[in-house]
Design a protein around this ligand. Structure first.
Ligand code: ATP
Ligand code: MN
Length: 149
């Protein structure tokens, strides 16, 4: 199996931080490109863009800044940041993550078992379950994000 493109969907939770960390370690071994993707729901987009002077392009830039901060938090200083692309899209998270993976020639998705909003007692979060069901790409789920604290 060749791994030249890894997709990490992030919701900025500790689990996503850990998924990015794993993607960077694996990406180094395979010299893979890494895409970090955040999906904003349409209602989130409406709230954010309804603030004066905050068009969609600004929202994208702000989220990309947050993503770069998240990457820097977990990447070791020797990591070549040009291997990372930051994508922000609007829509339904499961649909958009699966679409990106299947259209973007992604070899592996790395994501958290859980995210920001769910109950830890639930086996897997709804976005993770939905992506596993929908995509053709292999999915690696990371857990025990407490290790990063
Ligand atoms: P739920 O949302 O079902 O209440 P949860 O928040 O604990 O539960 P998920 O939302 O499934 O769990 O999150 C699991 C993983 O999915 C996250 O660690 C992240 O990798 C990814 N993810 C979740 N939401 C998004 C999003 N909006 N954009 C990109 N990736 C996401
Ligand atoms: Mn969630």
């Amino acid at each position: 199996m060749e791994i030249s493109h890894i997709l990490v969907p992030t919701d900025f939770s500790l689990f996503s931080d850990l998924a990015i960390k794993k993607a960077i370690s694996l990406g180094k071994i395979f010299q893979a490109k890494i895409t970090v993707l955040h999906v904003l729901t349409l209602s989130e987009v409406n709230v954010l863009t309804s603030q004066p002077g905050n068009p969609w392009e600004n929202v994208v830039l702000q989220i990309q800044n947050d993503m770069m901060e998240e990457v820097r938090k977990v990447a070791d200083p020797s990591f070549d940041l040009s291997k990372i692309s930051l994508e922000v899209v609007a829509g339904e998270p499961v649909e958009e993550i699966a679409r990106f993976a299947d259209e973007g020639k992604v070899d592996l998705i790395i994501m958290g078992t859980h995210g920001r909003t769910g109950l830890a007692s639930v086996f897997l979060g709804s976005v993770t379950i939905g992506v596993i069901k929908k995509t053709c790409a292999p999915v690696m789920v990371v857990k025990c994000a407490e290790a990063l604290k």
